[in-house]
Design a protein around this ligand. Structure first.
Ligand SMILES: [Zn+2]
Length: 412
């Protein structure tokens, strides 16, 4: 009889210990390729070695611990998540997926007599994008898709990624060469907190991710006429902020009418920004995400058509620019089915959901089939110190992962 609760408590203890490796006192901030990142990897390496994993660091700053099969030329299955954090982070985002994987692999290794495949647990180096302008470079390096241009970008102190890698003991010239190019891994499983409120609403410990939403980001500029707040009659105004307000309401209502669609205007700049001047210019951001490219296309078209209508009615000018685009990533349906059977075996109803946030699985999907197991977190709060996960939910994630590895082993 496996005591999932005591294993979960051990995971929780390690997560709390790991949170001490931070660039700031009293809060968790662990940017990629920093001193705290290095210390956290040293700690993880010793936990990996304690359970018999063979550990290497690649040249993109990823730490990889392997449970080796005794079979000759055995194929490899990947697990893991990211070790870097946002500033003022919670202790579970990313880190849970590494520590829980080590625990699950330890149990799988000791309870199975002959393991038909290797399992590599990876602590990915760069998922949050909190130091350099691009991100997912750790998982892209593993997938063999890292663009060498990613090495020339600089952080706020002018240190390039290549220099930071050198300081981290890596050789930047080898950063883009994946260790997995000769043998494509069998698949990848990432355990991650949901970072949203759906599992809590459904009263479920865990859920199966079917897709990671695509995202597009835009900057919209609205040009009106600045003027004296006291002298220009209402009928003669071209107020860029009032027009923008109407556009924001339209964006909200279009996103509400598209299933699985979310749109957010998170930044708004008003020029000149004075109490007694009619706003002459407004710049706002638009972040649009959805489950499939078609529905994002439709929402994008409706949004910009409505923005143009409002602009012509209100006689303001519109300019917009797309700053970023990433397509949706689909999780593998066979791995998802195995996760479903494993969840059922653990006594929970299998439940599918999509991920609104990006994950390392997005990059790894270019290398091999991917699966994600979401774990409920309190009120869906993440990227904040109040991020919280119940011990029983961590236990459930470990149990599901154990059954998953057993079932997957039978298919190899
Ligand atoms: Zn994360």
């Amino acid at each position: 009889m496996i005591n999932w609760k005591s294993r979960a408590l051990e995971v929780q203890f390690k997560l709390e210990k790991l949170a001490n490796y931070s660039e700031v006192n009293g809060a968790l901030f662990r940017p990629t390729l920093s001193r705290s990142h290095m210390k956290a990897l040293d700690q993880i390496q010793s936990w990996m070695e304690e359970v018999g994993l063979v550990v290497i660091k690649d040249h993109a700053g990823n730490l990889i611990g392997r449970l080796g099969s005794k079979r000759e030329n055995a194929p490899t299955f990947l697990m893991g998540s990211h070790i870097d954090t946002v500033s003022n982070a919670g202790i579970y985002d990313g880190n849970l997926g590494i520590i829980a994987a080590i625990s699950a692999v330890d149990l799988f290794g000791t309870s199975s007599s002959a393991i038909p495949f290797n399992i590599d647990v990876i602590a990915f180096s760069d998922e949050e994008g909190n130091r350099f302008p691009n991100t997912l470079t750790g998982s892209q390096a593993v997938a063999g898709t890292l663009n060498p241009n990613a090495l020339t970008v600089s952080d706020s102190e002018g240190i390039t990624r290549a220099e930071a890698l050198t300081g981290f003991g890596c050789d930047p010239a080898l950063a883009c060469s994946s260790l997995y190019l000769d043998e494509r891994p069998l698949g990848y499983l990432e355990i991650h907190i949901e970072q949203g409120p759906v599992l809590e609403r459904e009263d479920l410990s865990v859920g199966i991710v079917t897709a990671i939403n695509g995202a597009r980001r835009f900057t919209v500029k609205v040009g009106g006429n600045a003027g004296h707040a006291g002298t220009v009659p209402m009928s003669m105004r071209s107020d860029a902020l009032a027009a923008s307000a109407e556009m924001l309401m339209a964006i909200e209502s279009i996103a509400k009418s598209g299933p699985g669609m979310v749109a957010t205007v998170g930044m708004l700049e008003v020029i000149p920004g004075a109490r007694n001047v009619i706003p002459g210019q407004v710049k706002f951001s638009l972040d649009l995400r959805g489950e499939n490219s078609g529905s994002i296309d439709t929402a994008q078209a409706s949004i910009f058509s409505e923005i143009n209508n409002i602009a012509s009615t209100r006689q303001v000018q519109i300019e917009w620019n797309q700053d970023y685009k990433i397509s949706p990533t689909f999780c593998d349906s066979s791995l998802g089915e195995l996760l479903g059977e494993s969840i059922r075996e653990s006594g929970v109803m299998p439940f599918e959901l999509t991920s609104g946030a990006g994950h390392d699985a997005v990059a790894i999907a270019d290398l091999c089939p991917v699966a994600m197991l979401f774990v409920r977190c309190e009120k869906g709060i993440s990227h904040h110190p109040s991020e919280a996960v119940k011990i029983d939910d961590i236990g459930k994630a470990l149990e599901v992962t154990h059954y998953f590895l057993e079932k997957f082993g039978q298919t190899v």
